[in-house]
Design a protein around this ligand. Sequence first.
Ligand SMILES: [Zn+2]
Length: 375
Amino acid sequence: MASPMISHKELERLANLRSDEGVLSVYLKIDPRLGYDRGQAVAKFKGGLSRFQRTADDDQLAVAEREKDRVLSFLEQGLPRGRSLAIFSSQPSDIWEVVPLDVMVPTSVSVDTTTSTSLLMQVLDEHPRFVVAVVQRDRAAIYTSQQRTADKEAEIESAVPGRHDQGGWAQARFQRHIEFHVERHLKKVVDEIEKLFYERPFNRLVVGGSEEAVNELIGMLPDPLSRRVVGTFPVDLKHQTEEEVLDQARQVLREEERRSEEDLIKQIVSSAESGGRGAAGIESTISAVSEGRVHVLAVADGVTTGGFACQRCDYLSAQEFGRCPVCGGDGEPIPDVIERAMEKAYSTGARVEIVFGEAREWLLARGGLGAVLRY
Ligand SMILES: [Zn+2]
């Protein structure tokens, strides 16, 4: 089953769309329990729009007013499937993009001279494509998963003699016979994972199953794959459904994600404080973004702040400036400088990492923004 999901390439394309006439960005959370009825989406859009109108300036209001009927008439035709929906619209610049998503994002409406794609980055960051191998001594299944969906890539079944039907064999010899078959089975599983890896490389592999089979399989993985194992989990195939098993795998991945976020923030803070390749705090991180020096941008989930952008070269700052220090162009206020910094970092090839939990608290204590620098 093909799943609607967004690739890095597609996200880059969307993030680079811009219009001096203003772009309306709309995110709608869809509740599948309410069905895909038109009323739901229209009501959510109107709610998001009126929240936006309370804080927007006159220029932004005019853009929303210009684009809203187009969005409404689209929503009135019915909803695409999914848990949420992103829409970007700017009629003067011929921008019209509809992106269905398999994960929930909060409903929001915003206007800027670029598409607002930080929520999409968050979706990709929090739901990376990963591979799950579920192994038993005679059975295995391999899945790729992203967002809320998973595709079964391979199923392997091997005839392995059971431990109980010992026949007339001597115990030790029989045991070796079984081990030979188990090993041959696991080798087939390794081959399938390798095949998948060379077709469509992935960075994360989660292995579930009986403890014995999991350990043996991991021991057999060649180097580029063994370094991609992010965690393991026990599976009881008799009592667990496929969906429960995959949920467990996602949980393993989330925990690993939280751990690596904590490592990232520790690295950023210690290198920033020792004058190394790290920046912590809004102003120093944003100037590193503007200079193209950011390798990994770390953003505390939910942090936003207004700022200023150069109309000519897109130089960003959280502080007000009338004249751009880089090109002398005019500075203009922008609703969310963090969002713009994320997009800029992303389009210059940096990784954007949104951090949650403990890592988020540490980063918030330093302004909510930080980076690992290239130089
Ligand atoms: Zn400038």
